[in-house]
Ligand binder design. Structure first.
Ligand code: TXA
Ligand code: MG
Length: 316
């Protein structure tokens, strides 16, 4: 058997192969000017679930959606004047904007971890831009490292971390910036810095004509990136580890069930369950029910991330 490395130099052939892989629901690691990203088609629930599975992420954090230009970013998120101004000034570049989702978007709910918002970025690296244009779908991509490890800034870092678990790793050379993008939340009246990164805060404040607030936790301490982040809260109470619904409740199943209102995965497939989690919760969270009872999900692999989100959704 011939062993071929998934690392491929950037050229029209490798870009075409990467775009085909993405369109088929597979994962591709690609260079950006900040760090290498682990990309999936952001409109495909199963493909996005695969990102969390491959990274071994213990929870579903919302992911950054990458687009080739400001215009296409407008198809997934709603841009007000401030967002438009920042996009024009800093894109392509190391700035991520958290905005309201465009109601017309076909983005997977898992991409936003069930939130009504979405993080969007137009990267500056030529390889990333060529790939995004070729695939013509929004691409969700966290940094291409296993959960808890440092972000990769060369294709070799990605290859060492994942071996051939990723079909295609596009080699665009070392990342010029080497730290992740700056994340700014523009959903409210005051712009909030969620994560310092490649674009200096001072430059953003100058462009906005005001200072940025820093995200804090409930105790008023600056919120660490990726920690205790925003999360989806259904309006109905959630009851975990249920074997059956009580009258009035919807039953969210896992594994074989004759009584489930909806099933995360009748075949007990954790990737399928992750892909369905947020869309099923959204569907059941309505006035026809008094609550949502959820059958137990095994606490291994993607099940840990599923249970993390279910516990947060169930917290009073
Ligand atoms: O430079 C980067 O941003 C790299 C490259 C690959 O583009 N990507 C990256 O993604 O660092 P990731 O998933 O490691 O970081 C995403 C950050 C997290 O801190 C996440 O909580 C925040 O963005 N984020 C994403 N969507 C959000 C949302 N809807 N609301 C609030 N924060 C969000
Ligand atoms: Mg990361």
């Amino acid at each position: 058997m011939i062993q071929t490395s998934p690392i491929r130099p950037l050229d029209p052939d490798s870009i075409a192969a990467a775009a085909e892989t993405l369109k088929a629901g597979g994962l591709v690691a690609f260079p950006t000017e900040t760090v290498y990203g682990l990309g999936a088609d952001a409109t495909n629930d199963l493909a996005v679930a695969r990102i969390f599975e491959t990274k071994g992420r213990p929870r579903f954090n919302p992911l950054i959606v990458h687009l080739p230009d400001l215009e296409s970013a407008g198809t997934v998120a709603l841009f007000d004047n401030r967002a438009d101004a920042l996009g024009r000034k800093f894109w392509p570049g190391a700035l991520t904007l958290v905005l309201a989702r465009n109601p017309d978007t076909k983005l997977s709910k898992l991409t936003s971890a069930g939130l009504p918002t979405v993080a969007v970025r137009v990267p500056a690296h030529d390889g990333a831009r060529m790939l995004l244009k070729e695939v013509a779908h929004p691409i969700a991509a966290p940094s291409a490292n296993r959960s808890g490890r440092i972000s990769p800034t060369t294709a070799r870092h990605v290859g060492d971390e994942f071996g051939d678990e990723i079909a295609v790793i596009l080699d665009g050379g070392p990342c010029q910036i080497g730290v992740e993008s700056t994340v700014v939340d523009l959903c409210g009246e005051a712009p909030i810095l969620l994560r310092p990164g490649g674009v200096p805060v001072e430059a953003l404040e100058e462009a906005l004509g005001r200072t940025l607030s820093v995200a804090t936790d409930d105790a008023g301490k600056p919120r660490a990136p990726g920690m205790a982040g925003p999360h989806y809260r259904p309006s109905l109470p959630i009851r975990l580890d249920a074997t059956a619904a009580i009258p009035g409740e919807a039953l969210l199943g896992f594994g074989p069930s004759d009584t489930a209102t909806l099933n995360l995965s009748a075949s007990a497939d954790l990737r399928e369950a992750a892909a369905n989690l947020f869309s099923h919760l959204h569907t059941l969270d309505n006035k026809n029910y008094t609550g949502i009872a959820v059958m137990p999900v095994p606490d291994r692999g993607l099940g840990r991330a599923i249970n993390d989100r279910l516990l947060r959704a169930a917290a009073p």
